[in-house]
Design a protein around this ligand. Structure first.
Ligand SMILES: NC(=O)c1ccc[n+]([C@@H]2O[C@H](COP(=O)([O-])OP(=O)(O)OC[C@H]3O[C@@H](n4cnc5c(N)ncnc54)[C@H](OP(=O)(O)O)[C@@H]3O)[C@@H](O)[C@H]2O)c1
Length: 284
């Protein structure tokens, strides 16, 4: 498995398994399947409500804890006061582990400076090995990086062939923040699984269009976490290291970029901001 060295020296696998929209009951079976076929990085979040299932699968596997890289995220309703620190302890309890490899702020809303300081404290205390953010647009990332002590190791943002984040990536590179994709299969939207460009390139390599799209992201230095509840698809999504896309194939796939989000509308859209507020209710 290829790894990426984060800005604090920690190495993380470049390919992992994501468990968004995997029910708490199914998470244990899915993560057990993923580990059994060779995944060594799991991406969960407090908001997915499946940390226990993830933790059970890890503890019941015969794989050493240090050989599995666990990514978790603090939800924005837990950003105030001492709540983020308590929520990290709660995540450790649910996962049944002494440390989380990479802990992210899930969204750039609410008291994110306070929540990020809790991540910095957790890093000092050895409860997490690396810290970062998710869904931070360049303006949010520049702002946070300027005012905090620890530069985020990772920014996990919507990234797939239809939304390649080329502009945002420039700022991540400038700041030394690794680019991690969520939705690397575009959640199947926009005809992703039947896209002719991807399928044609795949045919030349004996691979599927999905494998080509994931390989493309890997070759651009992006960390990917495709999700599937089906073991045969998990296997397909894992077998990406036995072929290489040529420069002209990379150029062809670059043309699929629309430079617009497909899954989650821009956070700069006020209606989207309002929608997010409903996930962190307050008493006023
Ligand atoms: N930070 C954030 O805000 C955020 C947001 C979204 C996601 N994420 C993370 O990113 C991970 C991946 O993103 P995602 O789950 O949204 O979407 P995704 O990985 O782009 O796509 C998952 C979809 O593709 C299907 N699929 C997977 N492999 C396939 C294959 N080889 N052939 C055909 N269909 C296939 C899955 O169906 P089946 O399961 O039925 O196979 C599922 O419907 C998440 O699980 C989560 O860990 C983070």
């Amino acid at each position: 498995m290829e790894t990426i060295k984060l800005n604090n020296g920690v190495e993380m696998p470049q390919l992992g398994y994501g468990v968004f929209q995997v029910s708490p009951e199914e998470a244990e079976r899915c993560v057990a399947d993923a580990l059994s076929i060779g995944y060594r990085m799991i991406d969960t979040a407090q908001a997915y409500q499946n940390e226990e299932g993830v933790g059970n699968a890890i503890r019941k596997s015969s794989i050493k804890r240090e050989d599995i890289f666990v990514v978790d995220k603090i939800w924005m309703s837990a950003y105030e006061g001492d709540t983020p620190a308590r929520s990290i302890d709660e995540s450790l309890r649910k996962l049944g582990t002494d440390y989380i490899d990479l802990m992210l702020l899930h969204q750039p809303f609410g008291d994110r400076y306070n929540a990020y300081r809790a991540l910095e404290d957790a890093l000092k205390a050895g409860k997490v090995r690396a810290i970062g953010v998710s869904n931070f647009y360049p303006d949010h990332l520049i702002d946070l990086t300027h005012f905090m002590d620890v530069v985020p190791a990772v920014n996990q943002v919507e990234t797939h062939v239809f939304f390649q984040q080329t502009e945002a990536r420039k700022y991540m590179d400038e700041l030394g923040v690794a680019h991690m994709s969520w939705g690397p299969l575009a959640e199947g939207k926009n005809g992703f699984f039947t896209n002719e460009t991807l399928a044609a390139i795949g045919a030349a390599h004996g691979k599927t269009g999905a494998q080509v799209a994931l390989r493309y992201l890997l070759q651009r230095g992006i960390i990917v976490i495709p999700k599937s509840v089906r073991k045969e698809r998990m296997e397909q999504n894992l077998h990406l290291f036995d072929f290489t896309l040529t420069d002209s194939e990379m150029d062809e796939i670059l043309k699929l970029d629309t430079a617009k989000p497909l899954i989650m509308p821009s956070h700069h859209n006020p209606e989207i901001t309002k929608w997010f507020m409903s996930f962190a209710p307050r008493n006023h």
